[in-house]
Design a protein around this ligand. Structure first.
Ligand code: F6P
Length: 365
Protein backbone atom coordinates (compact mmCIF):
# COMPACT_ATOMS: atom_id res chain seq x y z
CA UNK A 1 0.00 0.00 0.00
CA UNK A 2 1.33 3.46 -0.90
CA UNK A 3 -0.29 6.44 0.79
CA UNK A 4 -0.61 9.55 -1.38
CA UNK A 5 1.95 12.17 -0.45
CA UNK A 6 4.73 10.02 1.00
CA UNK A 7 6.92 8.11 -1.44
CA UNK A 8 10.30 8.55 0.13
CA UNK A 9 11.42 8.86 3.75
CA UNK A 10 14.74 9.47 5.52
CA UNK A 11 15.97 8.19 8.85
CA UNK A 12 18.67 9.51 11.17
CA UNK A 13 20.09 8.57 14.57
CA UNK A 14 20.91 11.56 16.78
CA UNK A 15 22.65 12.07 20.13
CA UNK A 16 24.66 9.48 22.03
CA UNK A 17 24.49 5.97 20.61
CA UNK A 18 22.56 3.23 22.32
CA UNK A 19 21.88 -0.49 21.85
CA UNK A 20 18.86 -1.01 19.58
CA UNK A 21 19.47 1.84 17.11
CA UNK A 22 20.19 -0.61 14.32
CA UNK A 23 17.08 -2.60 15.21
CA UNK A 24 14.98 0.56 14.69
CA UNK A 25 16.75 1.41 11.40
CA UNK A 26 16.02 -2.14 10.22
CA UNK A 27 12.38 -2.02 11.29
CA UNK A 28 11.79 1.40 9.71
CA UNK A 29 13.45 0.45 6.42
CA UNK A 30 11.92 -3.00 6.07
CA UNK A 31 8.43 -1.78 7.04
CA UNK A 32 8.69 1.13 4.62
CA UNK A 33 9.84 -1.14 1.79
CA UNK A 34 7.75 -4.26 2.44
CA UNK A 35 4.49 -2.73 3.56
CA UNK A 36 4.39 0.60 1.72
CA UNK A 37 6.87 0.32 -1.19
CA UNK A 38 8.75 3.44 -0.09
CA UNK A 39 12.29 4.54 -0.81
CA UNK A 40 14.35 4.98 2.39
CA UNK A 41 17.34 7.28 2.79
CA UNK A 42 19.86 6.88 5.60
CA UNK A 43 21.32 10.17 6.86
CA UNK A 44 24.87 9.85 8.16
CA UNK A 45 25.97 11.09 11.61
CA UNK A 46 22.62 12.45 12.75
CA UNK A 47 21.80 16.09 12.07
CA UNK A 48 25.40 16.72 11.02
CA UNK A 49 24.83 14.58 7.91
CA UNK A 50 21.60 16.44 7.19
CA UNK A 51 23.34 19.81 7.45
CA UNK A 52 26.23 18.60 5.28
CA UNK A 53 23.99 16.67 2.84
CA UNK A 54 25.55 13.29 3.55
CA UNK A 55 22.94 10.64 2.94
CA UNK A 56 22.24 7.68 0.68
CA UNK A 57 19.40 5.39 -0.33
CA UNK A 58 19.39 2.34 1.93
CA UNK A 59 19.29 -1.07 0.32
CA UNK A 60 17.45 -4.02 1.81
CA UNK A 61 20.77 -5.84 2.26
CA UNK A 62 22.29 -2.94 4.18
CA UNK A 63 19.66 -3.28 6.90
CA UNK A 64 19.78 -7.08 7.02
CA UNK A 65 21.73 -8.79 9.78
CA UNK A 66 21.88 -5.67 11.96
CA UNK A 67 19.11 -6.49 14.48
CA UNK A 68 21.55 -7.75 17.08
CA UNK A 69 24.39 -5.33 16.38
CA UNK A 70 25.05 -2.49 18.84
CA UNK A 71 25.72 1.10 17.75
CA UNK A 72 24.30 2.57 14.55
CA UNK A 73 25.22 1.78 10.95
CA UNK A 74 24.38 5.41 10.13
CA UNK A 75 26.67 7.01 12.70
CA UNK A 76 25.52 9.65 15.17
CA UNK A 77 26.47 13.06 16.50
CA UNK A 78 25.56 14.74 19.76
CA UNK A 79 27.06 18.10 18.87
CA UNK A 80 25.23 19.18 15.69
CA UNK A 81 22.12 21.26 16.41
CA UNK A 82 20.46 22.63 13.23
CA UNK A 83 18.76 25.36 15.28
CA UNK A 84 22.07 26.67 16.60
CA UNK A 85 24.80 25.35 14.35
CA UNK A 86 28.31 26.59 15.03
CA UNK A 87 30.14 27.84 11.93
CA UNK A 88 33.69 29.15 11.84
CA UNK A 89 33.83 32.53 10.08
CA UNK A 90 37.48 33.60 9.94
CA UNK A 91 38.72 33.48 13.51
CA UNK A 92 35.24 33.69 14.99
CA UNK A 93 32.70 30.93 15.67
CA UNK A 94 29.17 32.06 14.78
CA UNK A 95 25.89 30.36 15.64
CA UNK A 96 23.32 30.02 12.82
CA UNK A 97 19.89 28.43 12.42
CA UNK A 98 20.39 26.10 9.44
CA UNK A 99 16.96 24.43 9.64
CA UNK A 100 15.75 25.94 6.34
CA UNK A 101 18.93 24.68 4.61
CA UNK A 102 18.23 21.17 6.00
CA UNK A 103 14.64 21.21 4.75
CA UNK A 104 15.91 22.25 1.31
CA UNK A 105 18.40 19.35 1.28
CA UNK A 106 15.54 16.91 1.92
CA UNK A 107 13.37 18.56 -0.76
CA UNK A 108 16.21 18.38 -3.30
CA UNK A 109 16.35 14.61 -2.75
CA UNK A 110 12.51 14.39 -3.00
CA UNK A 111 12.33 13.12 0.57
CA UNK A 112 8.82 13.59 1.98
CA UNK A 113 9.28 12.70 5.65
CA UNK A 114 11.99 12.38 8.27
CA UNK A 115 12.20 9.84 11.09
CA UNK A 116 14.44 11.03 13.92
CA UNK A 117 15.65 8.38 16.35
CA UNK A 118 16.98 10.05 19.47
CA UNK A 119 16.63 11.50 22.94
CA UNK A 120 15.51 14.92 24.13
CA UNK A 121 18.12 16.92 22.17
CA UNK A 122 17.14 15.17 18.93
CA UNK A 123 13.44 15.61 19.69
CA UNK A 124 13.93 19.35 20.31
CA UNK A 125 15.38 19.66 16.79
CA UNK A 126 12.66 17.39 15.38
CA UNK A 127 9.97 19.57 16.99
CA UNK A 128 11.56 22.67 15.44
CA UNK A 129 11.46 21.02 12.00
CA UNK A 130 7.83 20.01 12.54
CA UNK A 131 6.98 23.62 13.40
CA UNK A 132 8.61 24.70 10.14
CA UNK A 133 6.31 22.39 8.21
CA UNK A 134 8.49 19.29 7.72
CA UNK A 135 6.77 15.91 8.09
CA UNK A 136 8.58 14.40 11.07
CA UNK A 137 8.21 11.40 13.37
CA UNK A 138 10.32 10.73 16.47
CA UNK A 139 11.43 7.40 17.95
CA UNK A 140 12.44 7.45 21.65
CA UNK A 141 16.02 6.37 22.31
CA UNK A 142 18.26 6.64 25.34
CA UNK A 143 19.88 4.37 27.89
CA UNK A 144 18.90 7.01 30.49
CA UNK A 145 15.14 6.35 30.08
CA UNK A 146 14.57 10.03 30.83
CA UNK A 147 12.60 11.00 27.72
CA UNK A 148 9.34 12.63 28.69
CA UNK A 149 6.07 11.19 27.37
CA UNK A 150 7.05 7.52 27.14
CA UNK A 151 7.21 4.95 29.92
CA UNK A 152 10.28 3.39 28.36
CA UNK A 153 12.95 4.12 25.77
CA UNK A 154 14.85 1.41 23.91
CA UNK A 155 18.44 0.91 25.09
CA UNK A 156 17.56 1.28 28.75
CA UNK A 157 16.97 -2.42 29.33
CA UNK A 158 20.35 -3.30 27.80
CA UNK A 159 22.15 -0.67 29.88
CA UNK A 160 20.52 -2.00 33.07
CA UNK A 161 21.56 -5.51 32.07
CA UNK A 162 25.17 -4.44 31.48
CA UNK A 163 25.33 -2.46 34.72
CA UNK A 164 23.78 -5.31 36.72
CA UNK A 165 26.24 -7.85 35.33
CA UNK A 166 29.13 -5.54 36.24
CA UNK A 167 27.82 -4.97 39.77
CA UNK A 168 27.39 -8.74 40.23
CA UNK A 169 31.09 -9.13 39.40
CA UNK A 170 32.06 -6.36 41.80
CA UNK A 171 30.11 -8.16 44.55
CA UNK A 172 32.51 -11.09 44.81
CA UNK A 173 35.66 -9.01 44.97
CA UNK A 174 34.02 -6.67 47.52
CA UNK A 175 33.22 -9.69 49.67
CA UNK A 176 36.73 -11.18 49.41
CA UNK A 177 38.45 -7.95 50.43
CA UNK A 178 35.84 -6.65 52.89
CA UNK A 179 35.59 -3.43 50.94
CA UNK A 180 33.01 -0.81 50.14
CA UNK A 181 32.69 -0.73 46.36
CA UNK A 182 31.08 2.30 44.81
CA UNK A 183 29.82 1.71 41.29
CA UNK A 184 28.91 4.79 39.21
CA UNK A 185 26.36 4.34 36.45
CA UNK A 186 25.16 6.74 33.75
CA UNK A 187 21.73 8.36 33.48
CA UNK A 188 22.39 12.13 33.42
CA UNK A 189 19.88 13.86 35.69
CA UNK A 190 17.67 10.80 36.20
CA UNK A 191 18.29 7.76 38.38
CA UNK A 192 16.54 5.09 36.32
CA UNK A 193 19.64 2.99 35.56
CA UNK A 194 20.89 3.23 39.16
CA UNK A 195 17.51 2.29 40.59
CA UNK A 196 16.91 -0.71 38.33
CA UNK A 197 20.49 -2.03 38.32
CA UNK A 198 20.77 -1.35 42.05
CA UNK A 199 17.65 -3.34 42.88
CA UNK A 200 18.46 -6.12 40.38
CA UNK A 201 21.95 -6.57 41.84
CA UNK A 202 20.81 -6.41 45.46
CA UNK A 203 23.06 -3.43 46.09
CA UNK A 204 23.14 -2.17 49.67
CA UNK A 205 22.99 1.54 48.94
CA UNK A 206 21.41 3.23 45.90
CA UNK A 207 22.01 6.92 45.33
CA UNK A 208 19.77 8.81 42.91
CA UNK A 209 19.79 12.40 41.62
CA UNK A 210 16.17 12.64 42.75
CA UNK A 211 17.10 11.92 46.40
CA UNK A 212 20.11 13.98 47.57
CA UNK A 213 22.12 11.84 50.01
CA UNK A 214 23.75 12.44 53.39
CA UNK A 215 27.25 11.04 53.88
CA UNK A 216 26.63 10.40 57.60
CA UNK A 217 23.60 8.24 56.72
CA UNK A 218 25.59 6.19 54.20
CA UNK A 219 28.47 5.67 56.67
CA UNK A 220 26.10 4.72 59.49
CA UNK A 221 24.44 2.16 57.21
CA UNK A 222 27.72 0.65 55.99
CA UNK A 223 29.15 0.42 59.52
CA UNK A 224 25.88 -1.15 60.70
CA UNK A 225 26.37 -3.88 58.11
CA UNK A 226 29.96 -4.46 59.29
CA UNK A 227 28.74 -4.83 62.87
CA UNK A 228 26.25 -7.48 61.73
CA UNK A 229 29.10 -9.44 60.11
CA UNK A 230 28.55 -8.15 56.57
CA UNK A 231 32.03 -6.81 56.08
CA UNK A 232 31.47 -5.42 52.60
CA UNK A 233 28.97 -3.11 50.95
CA UNK A 234 27.97 -2.25 47.42
CA UNK A 235 26.95 1.32 46.68
CA UNK A 236 25.40 2.10 43.28
CA UNK A 237 25.48 5.78 42.46
CA UNK A 238 23.90 7.58 39.51
CA UNK A 239 26.33 10.00 37.86
CA UNK A 240 23.88 12.82 38.63
CA UNK A 241 23.52 12.05 42.34
CA UNK A 242 24.56 14.75 44.77
CA UNK A 243 24.97 15.35 48.46
CA UNK A 244 22.13 17.18 50.22
CA UNK A 245 22.81 20.88 49.72
CA UNK A 246 25.67 20.04 47.32
CA UNK A 247 26.23 20.03 43.58
CA UNK A 248 26.48 17.34 40.92
CA UNK A 249 30.02 16.31 39.98
CA UNK A 250 30.86 17.59 36.49
CA UNK A 251 33.56 15.72 34.54
CA UNK A 252 33.83 18.26 31.73
CA UNK A 253 32.05 20.98 29.79
CA UNK A 254 31.97 20.65 26.01
CA UNK A 255 31.76 24.13 24.51
CA UNK A 256 30.28 23.04 21.15
CA UNK A 257 27.66 20.64 22.44
CA UNK A 258 23.97 21.69 22.71
CA UNK A 259 24.04 20.03 26.16
CA UNK A 260 27.62 20.92 27.27
CA UNK A 261 27.66 19.32 30.75
CA UNK A 262 29.17 15.84 31.06
CA UNK A 263 28.66 14.39 34.52
CA UNK A 264 31.08 11.94 36.12
CA UNK A 265 33.32 11.34 39.10
CA UNK A 266 30.85 11.20 41.98
CA UNK A 267 31.99 7.63 42.81
CA UNK A 268 35.56 8.84 43.45
CA UNK A 269 34.32 11.61 45.72
CA UNK A 270 32.17 9.12 47.65
CA UNK A 271 35.01 6.58 47.97
CA UNK A 272 37.15 9.25 49.63
CA UNK A 273 34.36 10.44 51.94
CA UNK A 274 33.11 6.98 52.97
CA UNK A 275 36.68 5.78 53.51
CA UNK A 276 37.35 8.70 55.84
CA UNK A 277 34.22 8.39 57.94
CA UNK A 278 34.15 4.57 58.24
CA UNK A 279 37.84 3.66 58.13
CA UNK A 280 36.90 0.92 55.65
CA UNK A 281 38.71 0.33 52.36
CA UNK A 282 36.75 1.85 49.49
CA UNK A 283 37.11 1.55 45.73
CA UNK A 284 35.33 3.48 42.96
CA UNK A 285 34.32 1.91 39.65
CA UNK A 286 32.96 4.12 36.86
CA UNK A 287 31.14 1.96 34.30
CA UNK A 288 30.92 4.72 31.68
CA UNK A 289 30.28 4.03 28.02
CA UNK A 290 30.25 0.23 28.26
CA UNK A 291 26.60 0.80 29.28
CA UNK A 292 25.95 2.14 25.77
CA UNK A 293 27.68 -0.69 23.95
CA UNK A 294 27.12 -4.30 23.08
CA UNK A 295 24.27 -6.25 21.61
CA UNK A 296 20.76 -5.16 22.62
CA UNK A 297 18.80 -7.45 24.93
CA UNK A 298 15.85 -9.39 23.44
CA UNK A 299 13.55 -6.90 25.19
CA UNK A 300 15.22 -3.94 23.45
CA UNK A 301 15.30 -5.70 20.07
CA UNK A 302 11.56 -6.28 20.27
CA UNK A 303 10.82 -2.76 21.58
CA UNK A 304 12.99 -1.16 18.88
CA UNK A 305 11.22 -3.21 16.20
CA UNK A 306 7.83 -2.18 17.59
CA UNK A 307 8.85 1.50 17.67
CA UNK A 308 10.33 1.48 14.14
CA UNK A 309 7.30 -0.24 12.64
CA UNK A 310 4.90 2.09 14.46
CA UNK A 311 6.79 5.20 13.30
CA UNK A 312 6.27 4.29 9.64
CA UNK A 313 2.66 3.18 10.21
CA UNK A 314 1.79 6.47 11.88
CA UNK A 315 3.40 8.52 9.11
CA UNK A 316 1.42 6.60 6.51
CA UNK A 317 -1.76 7.16 8.52
CA UNK A 318 -1.14 10.89 8.28
CA UNK A 319 0.19 11.52 11.80
CA UNK A 320 2.80 14.31 11.79
CA UNK A 321 5.16 15.90 14.31
CA UNK A 322 4.73 13.13 16.88
CA UNK A 323 6.91 10.90 19.03
CA UNK A 324 6.14 7.18 19.16
CA UNK A 325 5.68 6.20 22.81
CA UNK A 326 4.92 3.22 25.02
CA UNK A 327 2.30 4.15 27.59
CA UNK A 328 0.80 1.63 30.02
CA UNK A 329 1.97 -1.24 27.83
CA UNK A 330 0.44 0.21 24.65
CA UNK A 331 2.11 1.81 21.64
CA UNK A 332 0.83 5.27 20.80
CA UNK A 333 2.23 8.71 20.03
CA UNK A 334 2.22 12.26 21.39
CA UNK A 335 3.01 15.63 19.86
CA UNK A 336 6.74 16.45 19.88
CA UNK A 337 5.89 19.91 21.20
CA UNK A 338 4.65 18.26 24.42
CA UNK A 339 7.87 16.33 24.96
CA UNK A 340 10.64 18.87 24.55
CA UNK A 341 12.21 20.86 27.37
CA UNK A 342 11.21 18.31 30.02
CA UNK A 343 12.81 15.19 31.40
CA UNK A 344 11.25 12.18 33.09
CA UNK A 345 12.85 11.65 36.48
CA UNK A 346 12.23 8.91 39.08
CA UNK A 347 9.26 9.83 41.29
CA UNK A 348 10.08 9.57 44.99
CA UNK A 349 7.10 7.27 45.51
CA UNK A 350 8.17 4.88 42.72
CA UNK A 351 7.21 1.28 43.46
CA UNK A 352 10.82 0.05 43.11
CA UNK A 353 12.01 2.54 45.74
CA UNK A 354 9.34 1.19 48.10
CA UNK A 355 10.36 -2.40 47.35
CA UNK A 356 14.06 -1.62 47.83
CA UNK A 357 13.38 0.07 51.17
CA UNK A 358 11.32 -2.93 52.25
CA UNK A 359 14.24 -5.32 51.61
CA UNK A 360 16.60 -3.13 53.62
CA UNK A 361 18.29 -1.03 50.92
CA UNK A 362 19.45 2.44 51.90
CA UNK A 363 19.01 5.52 49.70
CA UNK A 364 21.40 7.49 51.89
CA UNK A 365 18.67 9.79 53.19
O1 F6P B 1 22.49 10.24 27.35
C1 F6P B 1 23.30 9.11 27.30
C2 F6P B 1 24.59 9.32 28.04
O2 F6P B 1 25.33 8.12 27.96
C3 F6P B 1 24.43 9.76 29.50
O3 F6P B 1 24.06 8.73 30.35
C4 F6P B 1 25.80 10.36 29.75
O4 F6P B 1 25.73 11.31 30.78
C5 F6P B 1 26.15 10.99 28.43
O5 F6P B 1 25.35 10.34 27.45
C6 F6P B 1 27.60 10.87 28.03
O6 F6P B 1 27.79 11.58 26.85
P1 F6P B 1 29.10 11.46 25.94
O7 F6P B 1 28.92 10.27 25.06
O8 F6P B 1 29.11 12.73 25.17
O9 F6P B 1 30.27 11.29 26.85
Amino acid sequence: MKVKGIKSIAVLTGGGDCPGLNAVIRAVTKTAMNKFGLEVWGIEDGFLGLIEDRMHVLSYNEVSNILTVGGTILGSSNTANPGAYKIRVGKKVKTRDVSAQCIKVLKDHNIDALICIGGDGTMTSAARFAKKGLTVMGVPKTIDNDLYGTDITFGFNTAVNTATEAIDKVHTTASSHHRVMIVEVMGRYAGWIALHAGVASGSDVILLPEMPYRIDKICEFVLGRSKRGKRFSIVVVAEGAKQKGGKMVVAKKLAHSPDPIRLGGVANVLAEQIGQCTGLQCRAIVLGHIQRGGTPTPFDRALATDFGHKAVELLMQGVRGHLVVMKDGKLSSIALSRVTGKIKTVPKNHHLIKAALAVGTSFGV
